[in-house]
Structure formats: structure tokens, C-alpha cells
Unconditional design. Structure first.
Lengths: 257, 305
């Protein structure tokens, strides 16, 4: 489970541009929840993910992961249990290495990076089977540097890599936003499959209301550092894109947009 | 007059050509070891590491003093590597743990090492001509002196290249390659990217000090100013090497760096043969790097247009 307790976060503290993103923000995410998070720009979605992963520090409050207080644990140590996929497909892979080398790196996560050769020839077939399941024809492009692949292909590999070993949490930061609609659908389907297969607890930030409504078993809408909609399970199943959109519009009008 | 006599009359004798070629090979091979180190920082880590300008003379001073103390020549190479690696660790710690900018942390260590090198050697110039060096070892005795030197250098360079190639294929080596490529991935692999950088700087400066050690064995003295410009020379070698690697697909980056070092040295020799003097050497090295960089950027512009 993931818990944020009384978290406060300010940007540019002490200057005229000081902005408060969170003031005593609380959030509780249970095991095996797949939470989609929507909200306007600047509502604090990405900041929330960064706080959970440790990319930024909180000013006050505590962060819990698996009942352990991880507020002061550095980002890289939190990643032992967390997999993360970014909006930018370039962040999830190593562009100057080929697909096999990238996957071998990901498979070695949480093991020692010692002086043994990285790529085990016996594992290559297994990597290729995994690539085949993506249906993107990547299994024939294993020797190509990842930097030469398209954004969608790289994002698919990044998703595969982030969930290659047994992690507990998956953080998805607008991971379909940079992709064309068709590729985005493919990646979203794949995400759903992986989350279900591996019983992951997942948080997905998205601007795509359809994905937010269709996938996952809990939906949050954030606004100004507050949660304005929080629906789960059955209630979530009955939720329609229009309902979310209505609420979204209401808030936007209140803000004068 | 046949061709050789013509050459003799107007230009240079075949002996002189061989002399120049062996000189180019000797210098090129010696600096190729330092270039392999700079390949790690400049190409893999994308870290402008000024430390090398003093880790090179560090290898020289340590070797000079150890040779005077009659330490076995081969051992001086190993000790120099370790000392260089330690210096790399210091630069890395200053950058990673204390948040000092990459260029500045290198300059800080470089400046401090200047004094330390003088302390180690005791003075700014220390001759060790009378001591046996790696080039006096009882191998390849059937060859003449200069050929033997080149053969020994070739063996050393080959060992360095094979070891570095192997390392870059290991798990640790791949982690090093990803930290320069995409730091976020290293964090995602639950590894501290800072530590990986420190390891890279250690290996790089180890190689550079190792090259400095070979330099002392070859020249027979320590000279405090010999390290100035090491980075410029090595970066030129690496850039030339990368251009070669881009064009000829079948050779590895490390081989290309070694070939680049020899080609670069050949360019210097040509410049010297045009009447420039040894005191112009730094001017030549700097100009040559500038020419390489400008040529690269013109080429890039043409590609875009």
C-alpha cells in the first residue's frame, strides 16, 4: 500500500512566486488497486508521483510504502519495489544499447551489477518471446539500438522493462501522452494486462478521460492539490466519461478558465 | 635517378621515414592508453574531466620515485593505475556528494595534484635514466631497440583494450554505459547513479595515470609540465576515433580510439616537419582539436540543411 500523510509541498519557498501544491494532503492506496488520476495542469498529479517515488522531497508530512516510512529514503532505494514509466519514451530505455541489452539490464534489477557478462545468450529466446507478445514486430529488431526505434516501440519496451522483475508498485506518469491514438491504445491494453497478471498496485496519471474511466478500479480527480472525485470498484464501473467531463468543466468554469 | 634516390635528394631518406613512423607509433600508442581512459569520461559519461591533466603526471612522478627505489618496473605500472583511480574517486566524490559542477571538481583536483606531484617527486624534474624500465625487460631481444619498444607498447595497449572491452560487456560496465546515456534508467534499476559515475572516473583516471607511468619508462624522467594538455590530446584522439568507428562498422570503439591516437600523432609529426618547433607543440595540439571540432560542426550543419 501507498500512503501520503499530511504532506505539504511548496515550490519557490520564500520568493514572490511561492506556490503551494499540497497543504496537508492525504492519500491512501490499498494493495492491488489500479488508480487512474485525472486533473487539470498544475493540479499536483505529477508532483504526487514525484513525492511517492522520491524524485522530490516533501516540506512536511510522511510517505509510507508497505507500512514503512520512506520519507527520507532516497529515490533509487525506493525503486527496489517500484517500477516507473515516464511520459517521455526516451526516459525508460538506454538509446545507445540494443533491445536485448536493455532487457538484460532490466532483468538484472535488484541483483548485483558485478563483473560477470550482462547478456546471457540462453535468455535471449525468452526476451524474444516477451517481445513477440507485444505484437509490434520488435522480436526481429533485437540488434537495433533502441534510440532508432519509434516513441511507441520505445514506450512498449520501457513498460516491459519496468515490470520485468517482481516489483509491487507501478507508477505511470502520462505514459501514453506522447503516442499516437492507436499506439496509445496498444500500450494501454498492455499496461492493463501486465497490472492484472502481476497483481501490481498501480497509479496512472493521464489526461485521457476514456482511459481513466475504462481502466483501473479506482479513479481520482485532483484539483488545486485536493482530491475532488474519488470513486472505487462498483461505483467506478458505473462511471461514464461524461460524468467526469462534467465535473471537470464545472471546476474549470469556477476557476474562470 | 630512381624514386628512392629522388626522395633522398629532395626530401628525406628511407631511414628517416622509418624513424618518423616508429616515433608516431610510439607516441600514439603511449597516448592511446590515456585516450582509452578519456573515452570513458568524455564519450561514455559525458563528463569533461580536467583531472587527467594531473593524473598523467601523477603516474609519472610515482613511477619515477618507485624506479629510484628499485621497485620492479611492471609493479610501478600497477601502482600508478591504483593511484590514478583514487584520484578519480576524489573528483567523483567532490562532484557527486558535494554537488560541485563537473568541470570545476576536475579543476580543483587537478590544481591540488600539481603540488602533490611535486611533493612525490621532490622537485619539478626527476631523471631516472640509469634505472631499468619495462622497455629493458628480457623479451623480444632479437629486435632492435625502437622495434622492441613498439612491440612492448603494442602488448600493453592490447591488454588494456581487451580488459576495457571485457569490462564494458559486464553488468557493471553496462551500468556505466547507461549512466551517461540515461541517468533515469540507472535510478529505475534501483542503483545510485552517483556511485556509478565515481567508478567510471576511477577507471578513467587509472588508465591515464597508467599512461603517465609508461611515459616515464619511455622518457626516463619525470617532468611536472608534461601533463598539461593531456585532456586536449586525448579528447582529440577520442573524437578522431569516433569518426573512424562511425565509418568502419566492423571495428570496436576502443580499437578506433587507438587508431585515432596514432593518426593524431601523425598529424602532429607532419606539422612539426613543416618547420614548426617542439615549443609550438601545445599550439599545434590545441589548433588541431579546434580544427577537428569545427569540421565536425560544419558537417553537422550540412546534414541539417
Amino acid at each position: 500500500m501507498i500512503e501520503l500523510r499530511n504532506v505539504s509541498k511548496y515550490y519557490n519557498t520564500g520568493s514572490v512566486t511561492e506556490t503551494c501544491v499540497f497543504n496537508k494532503f492525504n492519500l491512501n492506496i490499498d494493495k492491488n488497486e489500479f488508480v487512474s488520476v485525472v486533473g487539470s495542469n498544475g493540479s499536483g498529479k505529477t508532483t504526487m508521483l514525484n513525492i511517492i517515488c522520491g524524485s522530490i522531497k516533501v516540506d512536511r508530512g510522511d510517505v509510507f510504502l508497505d507500512n514503512k516510512n520512506i520519507t527520507n529514503v532516497p529515490e533509487y532505494k525506493r525503486m527496489v519495489k517500484i517500477g516507473r514509466v515516464f511520459q517521455n519514451p526516451a526516459f525508460g530505455t538506454c538509446p545507445s544499447l540494443n533491445i536485448i541489452e536493455n532487457m538484460a539490464l532490466a532483468e538484472n534489477k535488484n541483483k548485483s551489477f558485478d563483473l560477470k557478462p550482462l547478456v546471457d545468450k540462453n535468455r535471449v529466446e525468452k526476451y524474444k518471446t516477451m517481445l513477440k507478445s507485444l505484437n509490434l514486430g520488435l522480436e526481429d529488431k533485437c540488434d537495433i539500438n533502441v534510440g532508432a526505434l519509434s516513441g511507441g516501440q520505445r514506450q512498449a519496451i520501457a513498460l516491459l522493462m519496468s515490470t520485468m522483475i517482481d516489483i509491487k508498485f507501478l507508477i505511470l506518469d502520462e505514459h501514453t501522452a506522447a503516442l499516437d491514438p492507436k499506439t496509445a491504445d496498444v500500450i494501454m491494453e498492455l499496461t492493463d494486462k501486465i497490472v492484472k497478471e502481476k497483481n501490481l498496485t498501480a497509479i496512472m496519471v493521464t489526461h485521457n478521460l476514456r482511459y481513466a474511466v475504462e481502466y483501473g478500479n479506482r479513479l481520482l480527480m485532483m484539483h488545486d492539490g485536493q482530491i475532488v472525485i474519488d470513486v472505487k470498484n462498483e461505483e467506478k464501473k458505473n462511471l461514464k466519461v461524461e460524468d467526469v467531463l462534467d465535473k471537470f468543466t464545472t471546476i474549470s468554469i469556477e476557476c474562470g478558465n | 635517378m630512381d624514386a628512392i634516390e629522388l626522395l633522398k635528394f629532395y626530401f628525406i631518406t628511407p631511414q628517416e621515414i622509418i624513424g618518423i613512423l616508429t616515433g608516431v607509433l610510439r607516441e600514439g600508442l603511449m597516448y592511446s592508453v590515456a585516450s582509452l581512459g578519456v573515452y570513458i569520461t568524455y564519450k561514455i559519461l559525458d563528463f569533461p574531466d580536467m583531472t587527467v591533466d594531473s593524473s598523467f603526471p601523477l603516474g609519472m612522478s610515482i613511477t619515477a620515485i618507485l624506479l629510484i627505489l628499485d621497485v620492479p618496473p611492471i609493479l610501478t605500472l600497477c601502482i600508478s593505475f591504483i593511484a590514478g583511480a583514487l584520484v578519480g574517486v576524489i573528483t567523483g566524490i567532490i562532484h557527486v556528494k558535494f554537488g560541485v559542477r563537473d568541470l570545476l571538481s576536475g579543476i580543483i583536483v587537478m590544481t591540488a595534484l600539481y603540488s602533490i606531484n611535486l611533493r612525490i617527486a621532490g622537485r619539478s624534474n626527476l631523471p631516472v635514466f640509469k634505472k631499468p624500465t619495462i622497455f629493458h625487460l628480457e623479451y623480444f631481444n632479437f629486435l632492435d631497440r625502437s622495434m622492441k619498444t613498439i612491440l612492448i607498447l603494442l602488448v600493453i595497449v592490447a591488454i588494456c583494450k581487451i580488459l576495457l572491452d571485457y569490462y564494458l560487456k559486464t553488468k557493471n560496465g553496462y551500468l556505466l554505459r547507461s549512466v551517461g546515456d540515461n541517468e533515469k534508467l540507472v535510478t529505475a534499476l534501483a542503483k545510485d547513479k552517483g556511485n556509478v559515475k565515481i567508478i567510471g572516473l576511477a577507471i578513467a583516471n587509472g588508465f591515464v595515470a597508467f599512461a603517465g607511468s609508461i611515459f616515464t619508462h619511455d622518457r626516463g624522467f619525470f617532468e611536472i609540465s608534461a601533463g598539461t594538455g593531456t585532456l586536449v590530446i586525448a579528447v582529440s584522439n577520442v573524437i578522431i576515433g569516433m569518426q573512424i568507428a562511425k565509418r568502419i562498422k566492423c571495428i570496436s570503439d576502443t580499437t578506433a580510439v587507438i587508431i585515432g591516437s596514432i593518426l593524431y600523432r601523425a598529424c602532429i609529426s607532419i606539422a612539426l616537419s613543416w618547420g614548426l618547433e617542439p615549443r609550438d607543440l601545445k599550439l599545434i595540439t590545441a589548433s588541431l582539436l579546434l580544427i577537428i571540432l569545427v569540421m565536425n560542426s560544419i558537417k553537422r550543419k550540412n546534414k541539417v540543411a
